[in-house]
Design a protein around this ligand. Structure first.
Ligand SMILES: [Fe+2]
Ligand SMILES: [Fe+2]
Length: 288
């Protein structure tokens, strides 16, 4: 295959009780049906909040199963809980093995690798980083072995959280440590990635669209397919709009298109939290 068309969706946050988000997903699904990429990747926060509503994962899975193309998935903090960080408040729901296994049972492996159009594609579970769980060490061992076998091919990495804001050694700040891959796991990850021809890091989580290049790696932050978070609750870094990202990979390079599916609506998180619920008490940074 000399060309590989991939669509990244992210932060769909699906739940039976959130009809506005299901409607946005329906518009995304129609767009996918019309464009028929080779693969769809959902980079996490598939569920509105699985740790508090177990049914959200099953609902999210049922909607993805109806998509007309193959899909791969990665977990988000609203699927399996969040990373402990060195500074800043402890997450309300830290990542844990029970929630990770529930995710795997609904969506399959939380890390994967495949090759297409002369590229190596790697998906990582970013939430277990800095967790101390056995699976964190296992994933790093697995990654080391995958990176050792790229054979010089360009690498595209997918994960839920951006690795950093602008540069690998950005200081961790109390108010934003939870947004990025936390230290010291981030340092280890970056050192490992420095051994390969890493051309793309594609993430979600921030609910803001962003696209920048550091050295020769392009960083694409996919927007949420479901909702935006107002400036009152979350600092503006990129563009706050719902949408998705389309890629076309060829052996000699790749293209990125930032698009909105026809009819997608910029639902605001505050519209979704009108009724009192446990998620309404989440810290703004944890709402993404
Ligand atoms: Fe997230
Ligand atoms: Fe999210």
């Amino acid at each position: 295959m000399s060309e590989f068309r991939l669509t990244q969706i992210s932060d769909t946050h699906l739940a039976r009780r959130q009809s506005k988000l299901a409607l946005n997903f329906e518009r995304v699904a129609d767009h996918i049906d019309a464009t028929r990429p080779d693969l769809v990747i959902n980079s996490g926060d598939l569920a509105f909040d699985a740790p508090t509503h177990a049914d959200d994962l099953e609902f999210a899975r049922s909607l993805h199963d109806a998509l007309p193309v193959p899909c791969r998935y990665l977990p988000g903090n609203h699927d399996i809980g969040d990373n402990p960080t060195q500074i800043g408040p402890a997450p309300e729901r830290p990542v844990n093995e029970r929630d990770r296994l529930a995710y795997i049972s609904a969506f399959g492996d939380d890390r994967w690798h495949f090759e297409a159009a002369g590229w190596c594609f790697i998906g990582l579970n970013s939430l277990v980083m800095n967790s101390g769980l056995v699976t964190e060490a296992e994933q790093f061992d697995w990654l080391a072995s995958e990176l050792a076998s790229t054979g010089g091919k360009p690498v595209a990495l997918f994960l839920h959280k951006p690795v950093y804001l602008n540069a690998p050694d950005d200081p961790e700040l109390e108010e934003s440590a939870i947004v990025y891959v936390p230290m010291p796991a981030r340092r280890r990850l970056v050192e490992m990635l420095n051994t390969v021809d890493l051309r793309l890091i594609a993430s979600g989580h921030v609910h803001q669209r962003r696209d920048f290049t550091f050295r020769h790696t392009r960083h694409v932050w996919a927007p949420s397919a479901g909702f935006i978070i107002s400036d009152k609750l979350h600092k503006r870094i990129g563009v706050k709009e719902v949408g998705l990202v389309e890629y076309c990979f060829r052996p000699d390079g790749f293209e990125v298109r930032h698009v909105r599916a026809p009819g997608q609506i910029d639902v605001d998180l505050e519209e979704l939290l009108v009724k009192p619920s446990k998620t309404a008490t989440a810290e703004p940074e944890q709402a993404s």
